[in-house]
Design a protein around this ligand. Structure first.
Ligand code: TYM
Length: 334
């Protein structure tokens, strides 16, 4: 049977990239009746320093984002990583399976550590082993993510394969990355070659899930584009990164394919397309931001949901961790 696992870091706010690349698709998997486990990865967040009060607030706000995006905590398991100790424990075992050379190749580490990588935390380096542990602690088979997480999921597969080989078992499944849909890589509104990101210094480059209707409209209206009308077919988007990005965003928001969007808007200029996209974005995102605000008014209820989710997550992960320790030869006598 399929079991879906995915995670989001509670650092900074949620962007349209997180919504279209992850949250919206998380809700789709849940609604398809698959077992779904979704995690706020607070242990990943602290690989770079976080203000403690702010981290707690961001974790609750992220939970509100999940709930507002249609994650139902009775049908999905929704929890924060640090409340289930199997993540950190299994990560240690995986630290001993993964090779330095594998981690050194990770582009996210190179990007985040920057030039002075000697000064990066050991946690930032070992980050992908913790991510593998998140997934393997549930024997998850499918992991919906955006394009930027592909390399980490390949590493997860390598760790599972090496563990199984090292101990002569067929224990950890080889996960399938699920990188599907029109918006697996939402780009900056200011530069079509850069990923939309919460860490971009320009707020104009992204749409935040907490932006109000006016802000969303203005950002889309001011998004960088070329001067040509939209093409009639997909090949016409080659070499037009900004145009492609807006078409992809429209498609993902409207549950259409990019080709269907072009069938409707091909030949029209951005003077017509941008207002249509702005209306669509406001239409789809405003209810989410309103729901987030509503959920944030009851932090105790959020904490209750995450606590209940952690209990249910722990019930799955604990036996898998015990079996792992057993396979590795760690003595268990109580
Ligand atoms: P994070 O927190 O950076 O992002 C969460 C999810 O949002 C996707 N995403 C995007 N998708 C499309 N376009 C964008 N511009 C965009 N920006 C972000 C990401 O691909 C991701 O799916 N390492 C992970 C968190 C993690 C995880 C896991 C994921 C930890 N353990 C286990 C899956 C399974 C991360 O930092 O995502």
């Amino acid at each position: 049977p399929q079991r879906v696992f995915s995670g989001i870091q509670p650092s900074g706010g949620l962007t349209l990239g997180n919504y279209l690349g992850a949250l919206k698709r998380f809700a789709t998997a849940q609604d398809a009746g698959i077992q779904t486990i979704y995690c706020m990865v607070d242990l990943h967040a602290i690989t770079v320093w976080q203000d403690p009060e702010n981290l707690r607030r961001a974790t609750r706000e992220l939970a509100a984002g999940f709930l507002a995006s249609g994650i139902d905590p009775t049908r999905s398991i929704l929890f924060n990583q640090s409340q289930v100790s199997a993540h950190a424990e299994l990560a240690w075992v995986f630290n001993c399976v993964a090779r330095m050379g594998w981690l050194q190749r990770m582009t996210q580490f190179k990007d985040k550590a920057g030039k002075n990588s000697q000064n990066a935390s050991v946690g930032l380096f070992a980050y992908p082993a913790l991510m593998a542990a998140d997934i393997m602690a549930y024997h998850a088979t499918h992991v919906p993510v955006g394009e930027d997480q592909k390399q980490h999921l390949e590493l997860t597969r390598d760790i599972a394969i090496k563990f199984n080989n090292d101990f002569g078992v067929d224990f950890f499944p080889i996960v399938e990355p699920v990188i599907e849909g029109a918006a697996t890589r939402v780009m900056s509104l200011r530069d079509g070659t850069k990923k939309m990101s919460k860490s971009d210094p320009s707020d104009q480059s992204r749409i935040n899930l907490t932006d109000n209707a006016d802000t969303i409209s203005t950002k889309i209206r001011k998004a960088r584009t070329d001067a040509e009308p939209l093409p009639e077919s997909l090949e016409g988007l080659d070499g037009r990164a900004e145009a492609r990005n807006l078409v992809n965003i429209y498609a993902a928001l409207a549950d259409l394919t990019p080709a269907q969007v072009l069938a409707q808007y091909g030949g029209q200029g951005f003077g017509a397309f941008k207002p249509a996209l702005a209306d669509l974005a406001v239409d789809k995102l405003s209810p989410i931001s309103a729901e987030m605000t509503r959920f944030m008014q009851d932090p105790a209820e959020i904490d209750r949901i995450l606590g209940d989710g952690a209990d249910r997550a722990d019930a799955i992960a604990s036996p898998i961790l015990d079996q792992t320790y057993d396979i590795v030869g760690l003595l268990r006598s109580r």
